[in-house]
Design a protein around this ligand. Structure first.
Ligand code: COA
Length: 168
C-alpha cells in the first residue's frame, strides 16, 4: 500500500475525540461578568478543529457552523469544557460535533451550555481540497450521530442552494 492509501485508512471516532478546557477570565466577559457569546464561538471552532485535524491529519478550514443556542449563562471563574468528535466524513468535508459544559468547582455543579455542528474541509498548503479517511462508528451513540449527520448535510446543501439562488 502506498502512503496516500495508508492515509485514507478508516479511523475510529475515538481516535480523534478531543477535549479543551478554559477558565473564564474577566477579559472573556461582558460588564456583567458573563462569558461573551463570540468568545465561546471561537472556542467551539478551535475545539472542533482539533478533532478535524486529528482525524484528517491535514490542515482544515471551517466551511460552516450550524445554529447555536446558549442554554445557561457562564460566569467569570467558571470552567468551560468543550468535547469534540467527528460525526461523519463525506469526501473532503467532515461534520464535527462540539458539546460544551460549564463546571463550577465551588458549587460542584456542571451544566450543558451549548451543542454545535461544524463542517471542516481538509486542504493542503495551497488551499486545494483533500480527501478525508472515513470515520467508523463503533457504538449505538456514534452510529446515531453518523446517521443524523447525513440528514443534516442534506438540509445544509438545500439551504446553501437556496441562499446562492437568492444572491443571484
Ligand atoms: C469551504 C470551502 C473550501 C468550500 O469550497 P467550495 O469551492 O465550495 O468547494 P466544493 O463545492 O467543492 O465543496 C467542498 C466540500 O465542502 C463542502 N461544503 C462547501 N460549502 C459548505 C458549507 N457552506 N457547509 C458545509 N459544507 C460545505 C461540500 O459539501 C464539499 O464536501 P465533500 O467534498 O465532502 O462532498 C471554501 O468555501 C472556502 O475556502 N471557504 C472559506 C473557509 C474559511 O476561510 N473559513 C474560515 C476561516 S478557517
Amino acid at each position: 500500500m502506498n502512503d496516500s492509501a495508508v492515509l485514507l485508512n478508516p479511523r475510529s471516532v475515538r481516535d480523534s475525540q478531543s477535549e479543551m478546557a478554559e477558565i473564564v477570565l474577566p477579559n472573556d466577559a461582558n460588564p456583567l461578568g458573563a462569558l461573551l457569546g463570540g468568545r465561546l464561538m471561537h472556542w467551539i471552532d478551535l475545539a472542533g478543529a482539533m478533532a478535524a485535524h486529528r482525524h484528517s491529519r491535514h490542515y482544515v478550514v471551517t466551511a460552516s457552523i450550524d445554529h447555536l443556542d446558549f442554554l445557561v449563562p457562564v460566569r467569570v471563574g467558571d470552567l468551560v469544557i468543550l468535547r469534540s468528535s467527528v460525526n461523519r466524513v463525506f469526501r473532503t468535508s467532515m461534520e464535527v460535533g462540539v458539546k460544551v459544559w460549564v463546571e463550577n468547582y465551588i458549587s460542584d455543579s456542571s451544566h450543558h451550555v451549548s451543542s454545535a455542528y461544524l463542517t471542516y474541509v481538509a486542504v493542503d498548503r495551497e488551499g486545494c481540497r483533500l480527501p478525508v479517511p472515513a470515520v467508523v462508528p463503533e457504538d449505538d451513540e456514534e452510529q446515531r450521530r453518523y446517521e443524523d449527520a447525513g440528514r443534516r448535510r442534506e438540509i445544509r446543501r438545500t439551504e446553501l442552494e437556496r441562499r446562492r439562488h437568492r444572491m443571484r
